[in-house]
Design a protein around this ligand. Structure first.
Ligand code: FEO
Length: 411
């Protein structure tokens, strides 16, 4: 296992995680994820971000360090850009292996080192814009970028190579070795094929929608704040390292941030559940109408599909179709869960069509209206029916599908 050379004295170390565990205990990672750390070696050695002891992450990092003749005990500075345990979980073990290394973070970050990890010595707070001279021409600058993804977060910039160690910002799900029989040989953007980039782009959207989207305003502020630094390489702590087209991932993140403001794709995300096929029959009619208008759509059946994937498509789409039956006089429970996640993740600025079947009585509408009253959504008139849709309801649903698609196209 080899460390990857980013520039003279600047190395990427990464651990590919393949597990059935959920990321943050919520989000599935069927294609894995990478945890990236970095070394900058001047006269002093800085290790930027750690990993958690997840699958064999620490062994992977240790072997890559060994490939450049470095042991954890040789590290002079441990830079912690962000304290979430995927980047710090191994901190106490690191400290036991290396009692002398100075641990560097923002004031809020150092506070978390104390409270999370009960480490009180060898800590240094750095201020926004402060620098650390490692000698031999290697100077690190620290820039506070709060809320990407926690309030304590900063990024680190190495001036000579123009490398931005951005931690969660500009990251992605997907283990970097997912396409390789011998994982770990390709980590740079110019080493992946166009098809592989399409895969990682989807995984970056899902990562953004799941992890970062609530903090989109902070993403825009961070990019603005970094505008005076020459960024020749973006080195995040999840996903590939962008040395050929660093601007591409920054632009992509700005596009994702704009989705939160309603600058979305003219697409429709259809989220549906059906108990006995009656809501599905009505939805099929709506889909026929959408197809006639030629607006692209994606289909997500709940609860079969995990919310992680639903959220990614819904986040980028201008339109949502929510199709569900009334269940015990109220919203179909899997849809209630989806709406709760949408509320927590601030999925606003959507045009929405709700449809659904009911049995002995309606009732979904009342609860639904109460749930979405605080969302910044505009609705087309809902269609509801008893049991299976009658011919006139099918016609109405088809027409509503056409009308909805036209509304999305016209945005
Ligand atoms: Fe990758 Fe917010 O931690």
């Amino acid at each position: 296992m080899q460390a990857h050379v980013i520039a003279d004295g600047v190395y990427g170390l990464h651990a590919d995680i393949r597990t059935t565990d959920l990321f943050e205990g919520i989000w599935p990672i069927p294609h894995g994820v990478s945890l990236n750390s970095y070394i900058v070696r001047g006269e002093k050695i800085a290790l930027i971000d750690l990993v958690r002891d997840w699958t064999d992450a620490t062994e992977q990092i240790e072997k890559k360090l060994a490939s450049i003749g470095i042991d954890f005990s040789a590290v002079d500075y441990l830079i912690l850009n962000h304290l979430e345990p995927d980047h710090t979980g191994w901190l106490q073990e690191f400290r036991a292996r290396n009692p002398k290394a100075e641990i560097i973070s923002t004031a809020k970050g150092i506070n978390l080192v104390k409270t999370f990890y009960k480490i009180d010595t060898g800590l240094r707070v750095v201020k926004d814009g402060e620098t650390l001279d490692l000698g031999a021409g290697k100077v690190l600058a620290f820039v506070e970028t709060p809320n990407i993804h926690w309030p304590e977060t900063m990024v680190t910039w190495e001036s000579r190579s123009g490398t931005l160690f951005s931690c969660d910002a500009f990251g992605s799900f997907g283990a970097l070795g997912i396409f390789d029989t011998v994982p770990g040989n390709r980590i740079f953007d110019d080493e992946f094929t166009p098809e592989e980039h399409i895969f990682f782009e989807k995984e970056s959207l899902r990562y953004y929608a799941n992890i970062v989207s609530s903090f989109s305003g902070f993403v825009e502020k961070a990019v603005e704040k970094l505008a005076n630094r020459e960024i020749r390489c973006v080195a995040p702590s999840h996903g590939m390292i962008w040395r050929k087209e660093p601007g591409k991932i920054i632009e992509r993140y700005l596009k994702y941030a704009a989705y939160a403001k309603g600058e979305t794709e003219k697409e429709i995300s259809i989220i549906w559940g059906s108990m006995y096929g009656n809501t599905k029959q009505g939805l099929d009619a709506v889909i026929r109408g959408i197809e006639e208008e030629g607006v692209p759509y994606t289909l997500h059946r709940i609860p079969d599909e995990n919310i992680s994937f639903v959220l990614a498509d819904a986040y980028k789409s201008a339109g949502l179709v929510l199709a569900m039956p009334t269940y015990e006089y109220a919203v179909f429970p899997p849809m209630a869960y989806v709406l709760d996640i949408f509320r927590r993740k601030h999925i606003n600025h959507k045009t929405v069509l709700r449809i659904g079947s009911w049995g002995w009585a309606g009732g979904a509408k009342k609860e639904y209206d109460a749930i979405v009253s605080n969302f910044k959504w505009s609705h087309l008139e809902s269609v509801e029916w008893a049991g299976a849709p009658a011919a006139k309801e099918v016609d109405l649903l088809e027409e509503r599908g056409r009308e909805f698609a036209r509304a999305i196209r016209a945005l």
